[in-house]
Design a protein around this ligand. Structure first.
Ligand SMILES: Cc1ncc(C[n+]2csc(CCOP(=O)(O)OP(=O)(O)O)c2C)c(N)n1
Length: 324
């Protein structure tokens, strides 16, 4: 990233939204799917020219049942484990074609979309490699907190206490027994220029983060909360409500990490986590004790985030005038 990357950055406002729809109507997502909404907002904010690399997962299945497609931009379906590697190849190939004069010099945004299973588990090593090599691309994890299109199996991004088909709630366990893997922190640890979290309930915030990512040179990572009424067992009209509550309870704070510096959207009066949990039947077995454990963890993680923000801000450096 250079100082110039964001020099012309202008925020979207309700009056300046792009008209282009890279993901057009006609896909086959479940009723009330929050993931496809998040995908649409991010793709719209990035806009053409763009090349989409899609790992296998819900968004690939619902947008590309052969011989149809809901994509109006170039799109490639890749395996579960190699979205990072394929996006690297596309970006390197474009660079080479431009260097050889085969295609005109221009900015073509390469963006990879994958679910949390494809990102936190199976595709993690190829993503890590792509970030380390510094490819100029955006990686978007659409986090619906389980392997959804294959039948709601747990991933390492499934939250503690959530019931899935492979982390059932019963006499022996109360759903997922491990804490959610902190993907944004893992991505930030790669020292890439831009990492951000987003939620489809905060649409302009999400779109502006995607726009920033498209302008910044080098690898950028967006972690996008993606409600799944089918897997989370909530009403098909509640995707936006849970997307708002996850932020209002501090379960998933909105923040950016720009060149290693954390910038957190403050929420000093968080709602209790129970407000969020009670809307979803995947958490309906949780006892007050378990809810308390989750509350403590959420509070501690938020404090940690604020500390990260405080300690990554540039220190005030007093420069002494050179002595004659
Ligand atoms: C190596 C490999 N293992 C398993 C599968 C089967 N599979 C396809 S999609 C999928 C689940 C995807 O989960 P996630 O990445 O979280 O995306 P979601 O479907 O939830 O959007 C699985 C297990 C596969 N295609 N390749």
């Amino acid at each position: 990233m250079t100082a110039d990357d964001l020099k012309d950055f202008k925020r979207f406002t309700p009056k300046t939204l792009p008209v282009e729809e890279p993901l057009v109507s006609g896909h086959r997502a479940c009723q009330g799917c929050g993931e496809v909404l998040a995908l649409r907002l991010v793709a719209k904010a990035i806009g053409s020219p763009m090349i989409v690399v899609s790992a296998t997962g819900c968004m690939e299945i619902i947008s590309s049942p052969y011989p149809q497609t809901a994509w109006a931009v170039p799109w490639i379906h890749v395996a579960f484990e190699n979205a990072g590697a394929v996006a690297s190849g596309v970006e390197a190939g474009l660079k080479m074609l431009m260097a050889k004069g085969r295609i005109p010099e221009q900015k073509i945004t390469v963006v990879a979309f994958a679910g949390d299973g494809g990102t936190a588990d199976i595709g993690l090593q190829s993503l890590s490699g792509a970030l380390e090599r510094g490819h100029d691309f955006i990686y978007v994890c659409l986090d619906n907190e389980a392997y959804m299109n294959t039948g709601i199996q747990r991933s390492s991004s499934t939250p503690f206490g959530a019931m899935t088909t492979t982390s059932p709630a019963g006499k022996i366990t109360a759903g997922q027994t491990t804490w959610k893997k902190n993907l944004p922190a893992i991505m930030a640890a790669h020292d890439i220029p831009y990492v951000a979290t987003g939620s489809p309930a905060y649409q302009l915030d999400l779109m502006n983060k995607a726009k920033k990512a498209a302008l910044i040179k080098g690898p950028c990572y967006l972690h996008v909360y993606s409600p799944c009424p089918t897997g989370w067992r909530h009403g098909t009209d509640l995707a936006i409500e849970v997307s708002r509550l996850v932020v209002e309870t501090n379960i998933m704070p909105l923040f950016e990490v720009i060149e290693g510096r954390y910038v957190v959207r403050k929420n000093t009066k968080p709602k209790p986590v129970e407000d969020y949990l009670k809307l979803q039947r995947r958490f309906s077995h949780l006892t007050p004790d378990l809810i308390q454990i989750i509350q403590k963890r959420v509070d501690a993680e938020y404090e940690k985030l604020l500390k990260l923000e405080a300690c990554t801000q540039p220190a005030e450096i007093k420069v002494e005038a050179p002595k004659e």
